[in-house]
Design a protein around this ligand. Sequence first.
Ligand code: ADP
Length: 362
Amino acid sequence: MATNEQALAALNAVAGPDGRTPLPQSGALSGLSIHDDKIYLSLSVSPDQAKASEPMRLAAEQALKALPGVTAAFVALTAERPPQPEKPAPAPVAQGPGLDKVKKIIAVASGKGGVGKSTTAANLAVALAALGEKVGLLDADIFGPSLPLLFGLSGKPKFSGEGKLLEPFVKYGVKLMSIGFLIPEDQAVVWRGALVMTAVKQLLRDVNWGDLDILVVDMPPGTGDVQLTMAQNTSLAGAVIVSTPQDMALIDARRGIAMFNQVKTPVLGLFENMSYFLCPHCGGRTEIFAHGGAKDEAEKHGVRFLGAAPLDIQIRETSDSGAPIAAVAPDSPQAKSYFDLARAVREELTKQARRAPVFSVG
Ligand code: ADP
C-alpha cells in the first residue's frame, strides 16, 4: 500500500493552480486518503478556476496512479470559495450567559483556505491549556469545520442541566465546540449570511464555556463579508494570522491584517505554517520556499512574528487522526513551534491588557 508520504512526493511533480508551486505546498490540497490500492485526493480551487484546473487534476491522477501498488486514483476538484453570502445586518453579538466568565476571545484567521489555520488553532489551544490556561476552542469555520476531525469527535453536543446551554466537548484539557456539530457539512456553504451570523452568535453565547482565560475562535478563511461581519461582531481581544511563506498566501495575509485593522482588533502577530520541510527519515530541514517570507511581511506591517511550524508529515497525520501533535507529542520539535506560539500569544495579550482595556466580556 502506498503511504501519504509517497503520495505527497509524487504530487511534488505536479504544479498547483499558479502553474509553478508544487501541489503539496500550493494550498490547493484539501484532502488525501489512501484505502488499500486506491487513493482519493481533493483539490480546492475557486469556482472560476474549475475549468482551467482540469489539466492539474488529470496530472495529479496520473502521478498518483503511477505509484507502486496503486490501481486507481480519484482526484476531485472542490470549489473552495463559495459565492459570498449576502451581507447580513450588522447586529452586535449579545453577551450571553455562556460567555459570562470568558476573559479573552482571540481569532485565528487566514487570508485563504488550506494554509493550516485550523491545525494551528487546535495546537495553539492545546498548548495554551498545557501551559495552565483555561482554554476553549470554537470552530466557526462555516466553509469547512474541521474541529471534529482534528479532535476525533463525533455526535451531537448535549444540553446542560436546564437545557438552555450547549455543553462543549472536552479533550486534551480544551473545551470544544464546532459549527460542524450543528449542521451537516455539505450544507454549510449554502447558508446565507444572516443564518451564519445566527449560528455563530449561538455558538458564542449559548455554549456553556464556563470559566475561561482564553477562547480561541477558528475563523472561516478569507476576508469577505462573512469574515468581516464576524470580526466586527465578536468581542475580540486580538487575532493571529496564519500564512504559508508563498507570495500569494502572504498577499492574502496582508488583506487579513487590513481587515482586523479596519475593525480595530489588534493583530497579535503572524504565524508561518509549512515554513520548511522536516524530513521524517533523516530529521533534516529543507527550506523549500524563500524561508522568512512571513517574518519580513510581519516586520513590514509592524506586527509581531509569532514563529513558524514545519511542513511535516507527523503534524498532518496527528491532525488527521484526531490527536493534535501538541497533545500527543508535546516534547517533539514540531510541538515546540506551537508552544512557542502559545507563549508569544500570552505575552501579547498581557501587553494589551496593560496598554488599554480595549476589550471586556461579561
Ligand atoms: P485551513 O484551516 O487553513 O484550511 P487545515 O489546518 O485544515 O487548513 O490544514 C489543511 C491540511 O494541511 C490538513 O490536511 C492538515 O493536516 C495539513 N497541514 C496543516 N499544517 C500542516 C503542516 N505544518 N505540515 C503538514 N501538513 C499540514
